[in-house]
Design a binder for this molecule. Structure first.
Ligand code: PAD
Ligand code: ZN
Ligand code: ZN
Length: 375
């Protein structure tokens, strides 16, 4: 029996207070309005950014909220005016929107659509939220909220993907993989034969390594304080692995010496503000490019020694790997189907949504790369 036009009652992992465990609750998900799409979530990953949001005191006023932004699903129904997806389509959820109309969307080089302002409200649309729980309005993290059986999102934040694509793996393309892989290919533009250093070996950092390897880098040095991450880093393409605590010299000095002046391309993928200066200093003094991927809290100002810029180094940011979401993320899914890269090493656990607190604990303990949650 079709559920289109009706309220759907289903389960979601709801955050009632930052830092508290998630509660599996029954929620009500209203039908989609104009330019909105209601999606049955099939799989969702947990990203480092979700981990930060679960603890974020600044989210107190947004609670109850459904976190999660790395997801795939099947379109249950669409609101008026929706033309790019239809009921039954396999889709990937986009953690950055692409409205197709703003200055960013009309510029072929840019990818941060001005409609990102909606994501900052953590609501379905300007008209509020389609989700309620125990009579309260529920926010959706970056206007998405994938830790749920159903969600309603704007058409500009969802894209149809290949019919044959395995949704339980494709979810991690939605943020982690696209972000890391694209940071190497699009943001840094890693060149064949170059040297790279990647700081932080979670799902995003490992995807940077996959991107560096695909771009033909000859040396990829993986750096993490957690040595358990080294096996996977080597499996996806790292040529050497270093733990900063194993050296007497600062790690940037180690890298400077190893590569006669520093690495051609360096990536910050820890989200730790103190690491930024180290990563920048690890870049080649004459031409090194440093890409900051790690999401650092908005109120943090970086402390960078001015002498680092008495050089030819470049410091730049990267959001969702520089991809134009609606246009290019489905192409990454097709590239996976064409076996251009492998995602299996990144998915270390699969659990059901009601075990989400176990998955969060695995991430906290550094025991997992990506844990995929299924309904
Ligand atoms: P993760 O928590 O799985 O991985 C972080 C890794 O960094 C872990 O392996 C840690 O052990 C390691 N680490 C922590 N501190 C240090 C240190 N001082 N030196 C070396 N290694 C360290 O997270 P993730 O891979 O899912 O995400 C990584 C970051 O990327 C995180 O900050 C997240 O918020 C950010 C992100 N940014 C975007 C974007 O568009 N820019 C998208 C997705 C995620
Ligand atoms: Zn736009
Ligand atoms: Zn993410």
């Amino acid at each position: 029996m079709s559920t289109a036009g009706k309220m759907i009652r289903c389960k979601a992992a709801v955050l009632w207070k930052p830092g508290a465990p998630l509660d599996i609750e029954e929620i009500e998900v209203a039908p989609p309005k104009v330019e909105e799409v209601r999606i049955k979530i099939v799989a969702t990953g947990i990203c480092g950014t979700d981990m930060r949001s679960l603890e974020k005191k600044e989210f107190t006023h947004l609670c109850p909220i459904i976190i999660g932004h790395e997801g795939t699903g099947i379109v249950e129904s669409v609101g008026e005016g929706v033309s790019t997806v239809k009921t039954g389509d396999k889709v990937i959820i986009l953690c950055l929107p692409q409205c197709g109309k703003c200055n960013t969307c009309l510029n072929s080089k840019n990818n941060i659509c001005t409609e990102i302002k909606l994501s900052m409200t953590h609501l379905t649309s300007e008209a509020g939220s389609r989700i309620t729980c125990k009579g309260k309005l529920v926010h959706q993290y970056v206007s998405i909220g994938t830790f749920s059986e159903y969600t309603v999102i704007k058409e500009m934040s969802v894209a149809k993907i290949d019919e044959g694509a395995p949704l339980e793996k494709m979810c991690i393309i939605g943020c982690g993989f696209a972000t890391g892989y694209g940071a190497a290919i699009n943001s840094a533009k890693v060149t064949p034969g170059s040297t790279c250093a990647v700081f932080g070996l979670g799902g995003v950092g490992l995807s940077v390594i996959i991107g560096c390897k695909a771009a033909g880098a000859s040396r990829i040095i993986a750096v993490d304080i957690n040595k358990d991450k080294f096996v996977k880093a080597k499996a996806v393409g790292a040529t050497e692995c270093l733990a900063p605590q194993d050296f007497e010299k600062p790690i940037q000095q180690v890298l400077f010496d190893m590569m006669s002046g520093g690495a051609d391309f360096c990536f910050e993928v820890t989200g730790n503000p103190d690491t930024v200066e180290t990563v920048l200093a690890s870049c080649h003094k004459d031409h090194g490019v440093c890409v900051i991927i790690g999401a650092i809290a908005s109120w943090v100002s970086l402390n960078l020694n001015s002498q680092l810029f008495f050089s030819g180094r470049t410091l730049k940011g990267s959001a969702l790997g520089g991809w134009k979401p609606k246009e290019e993320i489905p192409k990454l899914v097709s590239d996976y189907m064409a076996k251009k890269f492998d995602l299996e090493p990144l998915i270390t656990q699969t659990l059901t949504l009601n075990k989400i607190n176990e998955a969060v604990q695995l991430m906290k303990n550094g025991q997992c790369i990506r844990c995929v949650l299924l309904p």
